[in-house]
Design a protein. Sequence first.
Length: 424
Amino acid sequence: MSDAYDEHGEHGPRDVPGIPDGPGTERRIPLPRISVEDGGRSLPDPPVVAPLALEHQVLTSLLGAWALAACSPEEAAAVEEHLGGCDTCAEEALRLREAVGLLQRPESLDLDPALRTRVLEGCLERRPPRIPVPEWATPYDAETARLDALLQDIGDAEWHAPVRLRWFEADSAASRRTTVAGVLAHLLTVDGLVAVALGLTDPLGEITAAAPAPAARTEAYWRASHYPPTRAVRAPWREQSHGIVRTVAFTGGSGGGAGRMPVSYGDFELPLHDAMLDRAFECWVHAEDIADAVDYPYEPPSARHLNLMIDLAARMLPRVLAERRRAGPAAPGTRPHLVAAGEPGRSLRLEIEGSGGGEWFIPLDSPGAVGSAEHEVAHVALDGVEFCRLAAGHVPPAEAAAGQVGDREAIRDVLFAAASLSRM
């Protein structure tokens, strides 16, 4: 390579292919084109569109198309010339333009949730990672990244915007008032349950919570704050989420055995792979709470990640049904069909439509039973995002299902059990 440089360390023209060695040598590389602005020549005049000579009734009929920018240039010129002299049409045109503005859905400032996944997949196909993030941890990685992008765009004052956390408790709606910064503090403390299980630092530090449950940990963190949480909470939350993803990649990337590590939520446990999906779901739900508070458009997760979240909720429903029956809110069924663990039993077919959809058969009489199409007694159809909002406690069970067929008691029990999955 040293032959291509002269004594000053620069390329000599004779050494570069395609550049002539002397006069008369034909150039093989064309010179760059000179733009009109740089060449001293004037820009061409824009084409003049002459308005058409149209009658008043015809121009009035074109107002709708003009408001939608669907006219030809000649028709648009005729309408605009007419509006300058006709007050009635000018008022109607203004109303139509305002109506068109209301019809347009506001575009999200965030990227399409599926775009990040596609870009990463393309990059990883070209160069596979030495230590990959497990599939069950990618929704958490994606949702924390999306929330972090939202937080980067908001101003200092918006961190104190009021937010009402909503969930479903004792078969009725419950809520708690906080701020945008308070919501992020809540995510920090509850994600800390996964961090502690992985051997990372507990974000509570020396703070003592009344119980190791999410709500108690959050309340303890809020009480211990000398001032209302501000944007300063973003840095520890971001550092913790990155630490969780890195640690999971090291511990759960090979073999998948670490994914079964238990993560305690106080009164119940989830294996690590389910806990990561749970935290991804909570991150998305609370990101929407924050986005609503600061008037920021926010899209649901990608279809693949949404499907994993719905699957987790569907797998948790039999246990929640059993707990509700033991506690009393749910009835045992008019025709119970108790079976041994692993055997098919009475089932509800949960059909999720739209993004991330699919079908799940929910065993009704025992968490150890297997859902079965042959023992189907009820069928419920919901939109995927609507089901997730039901599971987050944001939609009343009575208003959630788009279609219901079969045993009404079983349908009610499953819808209320889905809402009972929510918590602060």
